[in-house]
Structure formats: structure tokens, C-alpha cells
Design a protein around this ligand. Structure first.
Ligand code: DP6
Length: 330
């Protein structure tokens, strides 16, 4: 094992929102998803991360948004860095600086953009030149949704039979991706204690009588979503997006004890999205491990959708995001 000191490498990646959700693992140790998933990478949600391997360091060090990372985050990141060190045949410790550029107080999860940026910066700093597929595997080992943020636009995660086959690929659909927008409505105030998606999906898989039904609907939803993207058919993609999110949440709600991410404002937003559709505005809702609502729409309707969502009591911020690009070295 060598212990070189590397130049700092900075990478940028964008978060993604799943249109067909990842919810459940078949192997927790290697972070293997139980099923595939499909997402849209968003330009407005960005993480920028710098990594330097430094022979003078006795331990890994990590700064997150200007403050030292918690012991738990550092321990998880250190275990993940061991995977990079093993691939690069080095033993050097690393210094990581990472910053999230998300809409103010968005309350949106950053693990997807975080591990995508980290996978690119850390692998390069360690002297590795990984192909997108291997970067995606490395990002997945940090966080499942991060595997998709290696790519811009629409991305498809493959469950694969083995760890080496569980990675995401880009979906050919850039012209369509350029036409769509995601309107993000942040539900603020009185948020209940958040269930971390990692713990919540495990609890759901173990206790929800609806988990098997959820898993059974994913392959058909993936096929329908990919077909819709191939045809650039926004209404078809929107219907799958909303139905798939509701199926995931139904399984989570049926967990024992229940996992309920929704607040009254979440449901008011869903009703407003339905009302918009009835008035002929293309809009479909999706929710993740929190109360916020993300609405898939087209560029020409994004301002109308954002205005309607802003008027709902309990909404603390609304932003519009276009499709984002892949993870890149800065
Ligand atoms: C609801 O990728 O955060 O956002 O692999 O345990 O880190 P880990 O889980 P994570 O789960 C994301 C769950 C979701 C749906 C999705 O993004 O597909």
C-alpha cells in the first residue's frame, strides 16, 4: 500500500427526483435495491465536493456546509472511502469539503447529489478513472438514489443480479427532459420527526402487508415510464409518476407502526394538482421521505403551477427546476 498525497479534486452533482421510486433493499450490507427505479436529475439542487487524500492525516476528515460533519456521518463516509481506497490500492486518509446549494431551507434530501459528487471527486483524487457505470456502483454503495445522479436528465437504476450489475444508466431522452420542469413545493412548519428513508424502507419491508404489492407494481411502472419517455409522452409519464409515488406511500403508511410522511398541506397540494389537471394544466405530483410535493409539468406551464402551489396555506417555498446535467469535475 502506498500513501501518496493527492491534489484536491472538486466535483459537482445534482440531486434527482424518482419518478418510479426506489423503496426497499434486497441486501443492506452492500446497499442493493430490491427493484429498479427511474429518475429526473434537477439542475436547481447541487452539491459541490472537494476531496484530497493526505498522507499527513491520521483519520478521514469531513466538513459539511461549513461545519465539521457529525461522528455518524463521518463514520459512514469513512467506511465508504475504504471502498475507494481498496480499488485504488492506497491507505491514505482523505479530507472532504462538501457544500449543498439547494433552495433556501428546502428540507430536501441531499444524499443523492452528495454521494454522486463524492464518488467522482474521491475516485479521481485516488487516481482512478472510472467509467460512468463503475462510478454509479460506487455512488450506490453510499446511497441508492445517488447511483442515478451520475447522469443528467432521465436515469434508470437496474436492480441487477449481483453488486456489479446494480448501477444506473442514462435514458436516451434529452430533448424531452429539456421540455419538462419539476415544481418543488416545500411544506414547512410543524414537521413531524422525519423517518430516514434508509430505516423507513427497511421497516416497511419487514412489517407492511402492502410491501409485496408495492414491489410487484415496480417492473410494470418502469416499463410504462420508459415507454412514455421514448414517446416523449408527458401525460403518460405523469400518470405513472403520481400513481407510483402513491403506491410507495401506501406501503409505507401500512407499516406497523405506520410511516406517514404527509401533512395536511401535502394532501392540499395533491388536491390542487388534481384541480390543475381538471383545468387542462399538465401537472402530476410525487412525494419522497418527507412532506414536500414535487410536481412534474412542462416548461410552458411551470409558472402557472408554481403560482397555484404558492397559494396553498402551509407552503413555505416554491421553486422551479429544469433537468440537470451529469456529475462533472469542476
Ligand atoms: C424515497 O437513496 O436515500 O427518495 O440507499 O438507504 O441511502 P439509501 O436510500 P436513499 O432512498 C431514497 C428513497 C426515496 C425514493 C428514491 O429516491 O428513489
Amino acid at each position: 500500500m502506498t500513501t501518496p498525497t493527492s491534489h484536491p479534486v472538486t466535483a459537482r452533482a445534482h440531486a434527482n427526483i424518482a419518478l418510479v421510486k426506489y423503496w426497499g433493499k434486497r441486501d443492506a450490507a452492500d446497499n442493493l435495491p430490491a427493484a429498479g427505479s427511474l429518475s429526473l436529475t434537477l439542475d436547481a439542487l447541487t452539491t459541490i465536493t472537494t476531496v484530497r487524500f493526505d498522507a499527513a492525516l491520521a483519520d478521514d476528515a469531513m466538513e459539511l456546509d461549513g461545519a465539521p460533519a457529525s461522528a455518524a456521518v463521518l463514520a459512514k463516509t469513512s467506511r465508504w472511502l475504504d471502498l475507494v481506497r481498496a480499488q485504488a490500492a492506497i491507505s491514505t486518509r482523505a479530507a472532504i469539503t462538501t457544500r449543498n446549494h439547494f433552495p433556501t431551507a428546502s428540507g430536501l434530501a441531499s444524499s443523492a447529489s452528495g454521494f454522486a459528487a463524492l464518488a467522482l471527486a474521491a475516485s479521481r483524487a485516488a487516481g482512478l478513472a472510472l467509467a460512468p457505470r463503475d462510478l454509479s456502483i460506487l455512488a450506490r454503495q453510499g446511497s441508492g438514489s445517488a447511483a442515478r445522479s451520475i447522469y443528467g436528465g432521465f436515469a434508470r437504476m437496474h436492480a441487477g443480479d449481483t453488486s456489479d450489475a446494480a448501477y444506473a444508466t442514462a435514458i436516451d431522452g434529452d430533448a424531452f427532459a429539456a421540455r419538462v420542469r419539476m415544481v418543488i413545493a416545500v411544506v414547512g412548519g410543524g414537521a413531524p420527526k422525519l423517518h430516514l428513508s434508509r430505516d423507513a424502507m427497511e421497516h416497511c419491508a419487514k412489517t407492511s402487508p402492502l410491501y409485496a404489492g408495492w414491489l410487484a407494481c415496480v417492473p410494470g411502472d418502469l416499463r410504462a415510464a420508459e415507454d412514455a419517455i421514448a414517446r416523449a409522452d408527458l401525460p403518460a409519464l405523469g400518470e405513472i409518476t403520481e400513481a407510483n409515488a402513491l403506491a410507495m406511500h401506501a406501503a409505507a403508511i401500512a407499516s406497523r407502526p405506520a410511516i406517514i410522511y404527509w401533512q395536511p398541506t401535502t394532501l392540499a397540494l395533491c388536491a390542487e394538482v388534481r384541480a390543475l389537471r381538471e383545468r387542462g394544466v399538465p401537472a402530476w405530483a410525487t412525494m419522497d421521505a418527507g412532506p414536500h410535493v414535487k410536481v412534474l409539468t412542462e416548461a410552458a406551464s411551470a409558472d402557472v403551477v408554481a403560482g397555484a402551489l404558492r397559494a396553498i396555506p402551509g407552503v413555505s417555498a416554491v421553486s422551479i427546476s429544469a433537468s440537470g446535467g451529469p456529475a462533472v469535475i469542476e
